[in-house]
Design a protein around this ligand. Structure first.
Ligand code: GDP
Ligand code: MN
Length: 377
């Protein structure tokens, strides 16, 4: 689950990180009022789950409340990477001397939270890391001991020469680690961490992703979920109890079990196609789930063929077959569907589908190849 900047800033403040004040507005009038309250220049910032808002025109400096209103008018309703801006953060503008990058994320290869810091912050850190790796310092944290003080110092020392700045940054880096752990985050990032001309270090942007598996035991974090800001297909999938990840291909996949879903995607690739999604309908054969899955898959205009791959264990193939027929009755589906079912009650399922006019198969290779062909036809 991704947090908005203003929410990540709340988490950061709670950990003691110096973050300028700020409040959220949903209308231009509210933005104007907040700007008047802060007095002086403010920054109006789009709250969407996406980076690169600055480049997209979603971060604007306003010298007066009227100007803040004008920016909010433009930013609210704006599309950034396919997401509609519903809220803006209004925050007093800071004077910036330097911009650094500080981030911590789970590195699965190292099996440890890993810090990445760079004095070349503000812009795209991926580019900095790729083109000028010497400008980046990394550190894997042993989760048994947490981030040790000398490690936080070693990271901060890479960013600044001035002792007073290093001292402040050391503290912020430790606080960021605490916030990362106590939020159940998979990623927490300050970009930019600024220095002001008067020598203060502050976080003026904040980003955080929470591991969904941490939410059940962190209700205050779970309560930050903003369904309106999520891609509609993913919100719908979660509500229906499906695991769904949208991808860029054209073969819609509907599979039971995460392992089989991964294998199916591999096989689609093997036959020269590209999966449009990862979708695990789970262990149940509830027709409502099949309907929801088909609605989600067909809402993607890229999908040119739909592939069902069901291995019946606890899931009964006949239940899934009935679910597919029920789904066809309830919604209109344009792309061709190919179905593979095997396992518990497969004979009954094949008969049900045959009777309804849907050819179904038991070989995985054959249906995947067929789906790829149909999608590229
Ligand atoms: P992002 O583009 O989504 O990462 O949004 P950021 O909050 O990081 O803002 C992008 C850039 O806008 C920053 O790197 C700064 O250069 C600039 N910016 C953001 N807030 C302020 C501010 O308070 N004062 C000034 N002068 N610039 C700011
Ligand atoms: Mn940023």
């Amino acid at each position: 689950m991704d947090l908005h900047e203003y929410q990540a800033k709340e988490r950061f403040r709670a950990a003691g990180i110096p973050v300028p004040p700020g409040e959220v507005a949903t209308t231009p009038a509210e933005a104007e009022k907040l700007a008047a309250k802060y007095g002086g220049a403010v920054v109006v910032k789009a709250q969407v789950h996406s980076g690169g808002r600055g480049k997209a025109g979603g971060v604007k400096l306003a010298k007066t409340p009227a100007e803040a209103r004008g920016h909010a008018e433009k930013i609210l309703g704006m599309q950034i990477k396919g997401l509609t801006v519903e809220k803006v953060l209004v925050t007093p503008a800071e004077n910036i001397a330097t911009e650094a990058y500080v981030g911590v994320l789970i590195d699965r290869a190292k099996q440890a939270p890993t810090f990445i810091v760079s004095a070349a912050g503000g812009i795209d850190i991926e580019t900095v890391a790729k083109e000028t790796p010497e400008k980046v310092r990394k550190l894997a944290v042993d989760p048994r001991y947490g981030l040790l003080p000398h490690q936080a110092y070693w990271l901060a020392n890479f960013l600044y020469d001035d002792d007073a700045l290093i001292k402040q940054a050391t503290k912020i880096i430790s606080q960021l680690y605490d916030s990362f752990v106590s939020s159940g985050a998979s990623m927490a990032e300050i970009n930019p961490m600024i220095t002001t001309p008067s020598g203060e270090v502050k976080a003026i942007d904040a980003k955080m992703s929470i591991d969904d598996n941490e939410l059940f035991r962190r209700l205050e974090v779970a309560a930050m979920r903003d369904v309106s800001a999520e891609p509609p297909a993913e919100a719908k999938a979660r509500a229906a109890g499906l695991s769904f990840v949208k991808l860029d291909g054209n073969v819609g996949c509907c599979v039971n079990g995460a392992g089989l879903a991964m294998a199916t995607m591999d096989l689609v690739k093997y036959y020269g196609g590209n999966p449009a999604n990862f979708l695990d309908i789970g262990g149940s054969s509830n027709p409502d789930k099949v309907v929801a899955a088909l609605e989600i898959i067909t809402s993607d205009p890229n999908v040119k063929a739909i592939l069902f791959n069901i291995f019946g264990g606890i899931t009964r193939c006949d239940d899934v077959a009935n679910g597919i027929i029920e789904a066809m009755r309830r919604i209109e589906i344009e792309p061709p569907i190919v179905i593979r079912l095997t396992g518990t009650n497969e004979e009954i399922a094949l008969k049900i589908l045959e009777k309804a006019g849907f050819p179904a198969y038991t070989s995985m290779d054959a249906v995947v190849e067929k789906a790829v062909q149909l999608a590229s036809a």
